[in-house]
Design a protein around this ligand. Sequence first.
Ligand code: GSH
Length: 222
Amino acid sequence: MSFLMAPIITAFERSPDRGRGLARDMRVRWALEEVGQPYEVRLLSFSEMKQPAHLALQPFGQIPTYEEGDLVLFESGAIVLHIAEHHPGLLPDDMNARARAIAWMFAALNTVEPPIVDRGTARLLEADKTWFGERQPMLEGRVRDRLDELSRRLGGADWLDGAFSAGDLLMVTVLRRLDGSGILEDYPNLSDFVARGEARPAYTRAFEAQLAVFTALSSAHP
Ligand SMILES: N[C@@H](CCC(=O)N[C@@H](CS)C(=O)NCC(=O)O)C(=O)O
């Protein structure tokens, strides 16, 4: 089923990751590409994100948001779940398998992403603090604990629970946030898992679309 009107998502006008696909609109773009749903993008500056018009859509002044007719959604996980529930391809038909795939969506966002974000935030915002050097190994240790557990569970499988699902999609985007840290490389099965996600044609289309925003900006303002 295709939505009657193309949904509109929001994304950074000037993504801090320089178009490396780490901003959370990437998950939504990838899900939409997986199910073949065309979409439009409204780009926002940092100041626009904090203004009333956007705060009415996203109470925390963040991206992404999702508008489809009368429906307005925020939270990338909720948006991906909505897309997956309305199109075939991202959740299994069997009800139990479907519930498990949704559990993996929550695991990605609620169990694996927090320590990864905590580590990244500390490096970005706290590197000049006197306690940074002491705290960093602790934050990295928490990331590694989660990766140890996830790696053990994934074992030699291609995906987390049977066929590719929205749970894998979110987990791949979460693990990609470790890009450049050198940590993921210590977990060959997780690196392969991420590479399998990145090799999907829908991923490539989504990645290129968000990179094009950054490229257009840098050629306009070199
Ligand atoms: N839990 C939210 C997090 C959204 C989020 O952190 N968005 C970032 C971009 S990836 C953002 O807008 N940051 C700017 C800010 O918080 O001011 C989701 O998954 O949608």
